[in-house]
Design a protein around this ligand. Structure first.
Ligand SMILES: NC(=O)c1ccc[n+]([C@@H]2O[C@H](COP(=O)([O-])OP(=O)(O)OC[C@H]3O[C@@H](n4cnc5c(N)ncnc54)[C@H](O)[C@@H]3O)[C@@H](O)[C@H]2O)c1
Length: 443
């Protein structure tokens, strides 16, 4: 039997075993989707505490309830840190981080260490899919040589029309955390394999959980597709962030403009300004492409310009706050400030690259006494780029602060009450729309 027909048969009969490496914001929900379709899923992670939490039937991601983990366990889900179990999997999906290093360059160390760790355990006919966002060429230039050279059985990655060997594909993750308007199964899944068989196997695998699979001709096309999507967002957010600053000078409400513009039924998609970019995708992924472009003597000027505008936004918020404090005869030094929200966007428990962290650090450096509140983060310690060690302050006695800054517009906040009690509100998200008060500065 050819690998594809055998693989498809195993999928249809639910005998196929699925391994997902990296039980984070991407890997864990994906594991639950497969478990929901009665697949036996094994989650691999190097973080012992995550493995233990999952095997105890608990969750460490707020929007994933422990009941969902326990339901998945009934379908055979379990977590492990033992890579020797890779051998028993029919498909292995890699969802590990792809951050930037301190020089703002791609850090593929999580991907390469994962591939090196699984390579010795691979066997003929297995499908490996990389989902981590990365630059075009990673699957074939970085992952393939590691798989080819790392297997004691001498297995190689199948190319082109080859049927035998390890099948390798790239399929970008398109999750939008906190977005409940689209069912995850309705988000089409793009797949591109190193061989025709790999593309078909990946299409069959994802076809079991997603309603539509889009096949592309190579892993590089699939890798570039993800980057185009995120660069499109990054550039358009930069555009509205720049226009917001102009509108403020001109006395025009940018949100009113966007609301009017989006009534156009074609050729316009609404993007919204804010205090700066956050999350693991939009602030980071475009620079994967900028880096790769240099190899081709090419400068990605849109990406660089968008990065410049977006990175300056926390400083713009500080300027607006300084002006409002100044009007009240106050300075940063000695001011008591409350930042609302440290998550990088509304109603999620993820603070990676959050503009709040930058704003808090900048304010502290300028001598302000800063507190924060976030229902999703009772404490904030230190990460790769911040060292705050703070505890979420209660939302009472708002009058004690010289200003309250709305940096993340969580829907649990009562904005009318906040405006009513605070001396000054700096609103970076238009969260106070419809509320009239001379104490609001929208920026
Ligand atoms: N979070 C999102 O919304 C989102 C959306 C689209 C794409 N992505 C991309 O998906 C990838 C994963 O992102 P994430 O948000 O899930 O990251 P995450 O940090 O939440 O999770 C990654 C997990 O991988 C584990 N890990 C790291 N190295 C490992 C190794 N060698 N073996 C096993 N496990 C390992 C970590 O312990 C962690 O649990 C990234 O490339 C990211 O750019 C993320």
């Amino acid at each position: 039997m050819l690998p594809l027909s055998e693989f498809t048969h195993k999928l249809e009969s639910r005998q196929a075993r699925i391994g997902i490496v990296g039980m984070g914001y991407v890997g864990l929900p994906l594991a639950l989707l497969f478990s929901g379709e009665r697949f036996r899923v094994t989650g691999f992670d190097i973080a012992a505490d995550k493995v233990a939490t999952l095997n105890a039937g608990n969750s460490y991601i707020v929007r994933i309830l422990p009941e969902a983990i326990r339901e998945a366990q009934k379908a055979g889900f379990r977590a492990t840190a033992d890579y020797s179990e890779i051998d028993a999997m029919d498909a292995v999906i890699i969802c590990v981080p792809t951050p930037l290093d301190e020089h703002h360059e791609p850090d593929l160390s999580f991907v390469t260490s994962t591939v090196k760790a699984i390579a010795p355990h691979l066997r003929e006919g297995q499908l490996i899919v990389l989902e981590s966002t990365t630059y075009p060429g990673t699957t074939e230039e970085v992952v393939t040589p590691l798989l080819d050279g790392g297997n004691a059985r001498g297995l190689k990655v199948a190319r082109g029309a080859e049927q035998t060997g390890v099948q390798l594909a790239f399929s970008p993750e398109r999750e939008d955390p906190g977005n409940d308007t689209v069912d995850r199964r309705d988000i089409p899944k793009v797949v591109g394999g190193s061989s025709a068989a790999a593309t078909e196997m990946a299409a069959a695998l994802y076809g079991a959980i997603f309603r539509r699979v889009v096949r592309v001709s190579s892993p590089a096309v699939a890798e570039m597709t993800k980057l185009l999507e995120n660069i499109y967002r990054c550039v358009n957010i930069a555009l509205v962030n720049e226009l917001k600053q102009l509108c403020i000078r001109m006395g025009i409400d940018i949100h009113e403009v966007i609301d009017a513009a989006k009534t156009k039924p074609f050729g316009f998609q609404a993007f919204y300004p804010g205090p700066g970019l956050g999350g693991h995708c939009i602030p980071i992924d475009p620079f994967y492409l900028s880096w790769k472009a240099r190899e081709f003597d090419f400068r990605t000027r849109f990406i660089e310009l968008a990065g410049e505008v977006n990175m300056a936004m926390p400083y713009f918020v500080l300027d607006q706050l300084a002006a409002a404090l100044n009007e009240r005869g106050k300075t940063f030094k000695g001011s008591k400030l409350l930042v609302l929200g440290v998550a990088y966007k509304r109603d999620i428990d993820d603070l990676r690259e959050s503009p709040s962290l930058t704003i808090i650090e900048l304010l502290r450096k300028r001598g302000a006494e800063v507190a924060y509140n976030d229902p999703y983060f009772p404490t904030v310690g230190h990460g790769r780029k911040y060292d705050l060690n703070m505890t979420s302050a209660p939302l009472d006695h708002l009058g004690q602060y010289d200003a309250v800054l709305i940096v993340t517009d969580h829907s649990s906040y009562d904005y009318a009450r906040i405006v009513d009690q605070a001396q000054l509100v700096i609103d970076t998200r238009n969260a106070t729309r419809g509320i009239h008060s001379p104490n609001i500065v929208r920026c």
